[in-house]
Design a protein around this ligand. Structure first.
Ligand code: BGP
Length: 470
């Protein structure tokens, strides 16, 4: 639909940007922090930076928050590292870690920036993983206890909470990003038991949040792609619906409606992977109600009916955005209408609008985009980063938010990935996303100086105009 007049962005729109603790902070063992699964997994490709120093935001947060204020952000989405708060996941609290995030949150609030806090972004405490991690129900208890600490400590300051970042990517691509089950080694039935346990942990956190903090708002943060059928052949539509259910709707339905999507459940049963559900589980899931739906959007995926052989598979392994294919389920298809970025991720701004429309139509929950961005090999030349390609990407996506708002979708915030350069999940620091450049390379730390990119000044203008300058 074309709109003659576009609805403006709401006056209280959250103009934000995102990071996650392990990718930006560094200080991996500073001030009593315990190791997470990220700190101990060893599958990084050679020459790709580790997370020990990252962008050293742990030590530079003050300077960084000042830059965020200069950028004009009125929201900053970041994660708290579980292992700074409870180093072994379920034992003693670490007062130094608790104090650190008080300082970060206080600085944000002093600058008029709303903290949007992710409770768990890929970095499960290694000590819990060693005891079975999400395969064990004890990890649900540990998460609830950690959640309680967060709500009690920061509840008077933080209004927006995100439970678990991209649970669907931890399940589907845990091996690539090294995030679940003994560093991504768990598969099949056990993996989907972990998935079930994470939903229970999330549900307990949502219930607890509403009990302790009646004013706060909490929601999940999955990675969502609209799935397109390769053609209008009915078999392709079935394949697209199946993959949409397994990749997306399984996660949102359980978070919002508290029930398993029938197609996803049928898939799990066919594989013999259905999780054990105990008495009380379904009641808990149904009782936990999110206040909004946060989601991360990078791309769409296109699939066709399975041919029943290895030609269904586009890539072995794959990652969060590259469609993989599964024999007997769906065939991965390259979308000829879409360009790709330097890492093979298809770029689809219009698909962003489709995704917002579909999510709103199905769930009727206010939406916030907690990630969206372009990974690129930026270059610092004479003190300047000319990232016009990123400006173009973000502009095209923001225009689609405005169209979705004009379509009647309720969208209350946009937090592109990332506020500042950080280390990618599995492709190093050379794959940059930030508005602010961090002067380091994979192996050379250099001086970690912060440099405003061209996109910084562009986004600053967009925010100052309330989106009108787009
Ligand atoms: C999402 C993750 C982020 C982030 C982003 C970009 O899946 O939530 O942590 O890193 O994707 O991905 P990558 O770092 O692989 O480029």
């Amino acid at each position: 639909m074309q709109h003659e007049q576009l609805t403006p962005f709401p006056g209280d729109f959250l103009w934000g940007a995102s990071t996650s603790a392990y990718q930006v902070e560094g200080g991996w063992d500073a001030d009593g922090k315990g190791p997470s699964v990220i700190d101990i997994h060893m599958h990084r490709p050679e020459g790709v930076t580790d997370f020990t120093v990252a962008a050293d935001h742990y030590h530079h947060y003050s300077e960084d928050v000042e830059l965020f204020a200069e950028l004009g952000l009125n929201a900053y989405r970041f994660s708290i590292a579980w292992t700074r708060i409870v180093p072994d996941g379920d034992g003693e609290m670490n007062p130094a870690g608790v104090a650190h995030y008080h300082r970060v949150i206080d600085e944000l609030l002093a600058q008029g920036i709303e903290p949007v806090v992710t409770m768990y972004h890929f970095d499960l405490p290694a000590a819990l993983d060693a005891k079975g991690g999400w395969s064990e129900r004890a990890t649900i208890d540990a998460f609830e206890r950690y959640a309680q600490v967060l709500f009690q400590e920061y509840g008077s300051k933080v209004k927006f909470w995100l439970t678990i970042n991209e649970q669907n990517m931890m399940i589907l691509h845990g091996r690539a990003i090294g995030t679940t089950g003994r560093s991504g080694q768990v598969e099949g039935k056990e993996l989907y038991q972990q998935n079930h346990h994470m939903f229970l942990a999330q549900a307990r956190a949502m219930v607890l949040c509403h009990e302790l903090l009646p004013e706060a708002k909490i929601g999940p943060a999955p990675n969502i792609v609209s799935v397109y059928p390769a053609t209008c052949a009915p078999e392709d539509i079935i394949a697209a619906d199946d993959w949409d259910a397994i990749r997306n709707l399984l996660y949102v339905d359980l978070s919002v409606r508290g029930s398993y999507h029938n197609l996803a459940w049928a898939y799990l049963c066919a594989k013999g992977w259905e999780p054990e559900i105990l008495d009380g589980d379904l009641e808990l899931l149904a009782a936990a109600k999110p206040d909004f739906l946060a989601f991360n959007y990078y791309s769409t995926q296109t699939v066709g009916a399975s041919r029943g052989d290895s030609s269904d598979i586009q890539v072995r392994g794959g990652d969060q955005q590259v469609v993989r294919g599964e024999v007997g389920l769906y065939r991965a298809v390259k979308n000829e209408y879409l360009p790709v970025n330097a890492f093979g991720w298809e770029i689809d701004p219009v698909g962003f609008r489709t995704t917002m429309r579909r999510l709103w139509d199905r769930y009727r929950l206010p939406l916030i985009i907690t990630e969206n961005g372009l990974g690129a090999f930026d270059e610092l030349v004479d003190g300047r980063v000319r990232d016009d390609y990123r400006i173009e990407f973000l502009k095209l996506h923001l225009e689609q938010i405005r169209l979705a708002i004009s379509d009647g979708v309720e969208v209350f915030g946009y937090c592109p990935w990332t506020a500042i350069d950080l280390v990618s999940t599995h492709q190093g620091i050379s794959k940059r996303y930030g508005f602010i450049y961090v002067d380091r390379e994979e192996d050379a730390l250099k001086d970690l100086a912060r440099v405003r990119k061209d996109s910084f000044f562009w986004y600053q203008g967009v925010i100052a105009s309330g989106g009108d300058s787009l």
